[in-house]
Design a protein around this ligand. Structure first.
Ligand SMILES: [Zn+2]
Length: 230
């Protein structure tokens, strides 16, 4: 195994839309890939009940994960009710200690959706707890601090500055299939998700002279470089 990459999204579909191609690229390069959905996004349908739509989203997520060669994990939290606290952080820290990822991907810190902001903060808290040996979490050994990247999401645009780019051209068509495992990915909810993510992948590709790319933000302290001379 080359390494382990874990992506954490607020709602089923967030991870696949914002960084699914990057995950698949890691899988085909021998990495162990895990997708964690904090909620199913079950309150997102105008007619179906949360129970009905949650069941549909779970099936869609399982299909998408198979296509992306990833293991999918569902956390027990409710759409629109995610909060920053030690209960969700401890649940996530347990998984992080078991999986021991080298890389974690999640939402950028700013968003128009409260669940996305909460997920960003829960991920930070969970990584801190998982990596500090003085937190007792189910007898699990502390895990190394992973490299953390923030994926690009149409709802998390405020202040997002792309820094690291991944060329996804060779996995693009498989990513599109996984994306369209979801009804919302096929445009059935009215919002043109695919058009936005397709256009963004092309734009990021143009910026690095390839066909398609996904871009990630990092904390400012991770951009520091030391030079003896400029
Ligand atoms: Zn979302």
């Amino acid at each position: 195994m080359q390494g382990c990459i874990v992506a954490v999204g607020a709602h089923a579909a967030d991870v696949e839309f914002m960084c699914g191609a990057t995950l698949l690229k890691h899988a085909v390069n021998g990495w162990d890939v895990h997708i964690i959905h904090m909620t199913l996004g079950e309150k997102g349908h105008p007619e179906l009940s949360p129970c009905e739509y949650g069941a549909q989203k779970r099936e869609e997520a399982e299909k998408a994960a198979r296509l992306l060669k990833a293991v999918v994990h569902f956390m027990p939290f409710k759409d629109g009710e995610l909060y920053v606290g030690d209960e969700p952080a401890t649940e996530l820290a347990k998984l992080i200690r078991r999986l021991r990822p080298n890389v974690v991907l999640t939402h950028w810190r700013m968003s128009i959706h409260e669940d996305h902001i909460a997920t960003h903060r829960i991920v930070h808290r969970a990584i801190f707890m998982a990596s500090n040996p003085h937190f007792e979490i189910d007898g699990l050994k502390a895990s190394p601090y992973p490299r953390l990247y923030y994926a690009e999401n149409w709802e998390d645009a405020e202040g997002f500055v792309p820094f690291v780019y991944v060329d996804i051209t060779d996995v693009f068509s498989e990513w599109e299939k996984a994306f369209k495992s979801y009804a919302i990915g096929r445009g059935e909810a009215g919002f043109p998700y695919w058009d936005w993510y397709l256009a963004t992948a092309r734009l990021r590709g143009i910026e690095i002279s390839v066909m398609y790319a996904q871009a990630f933000a990092v904390e400012i302290h991770r951009m520091r470089r030391v030079a003896q001379l400029l």
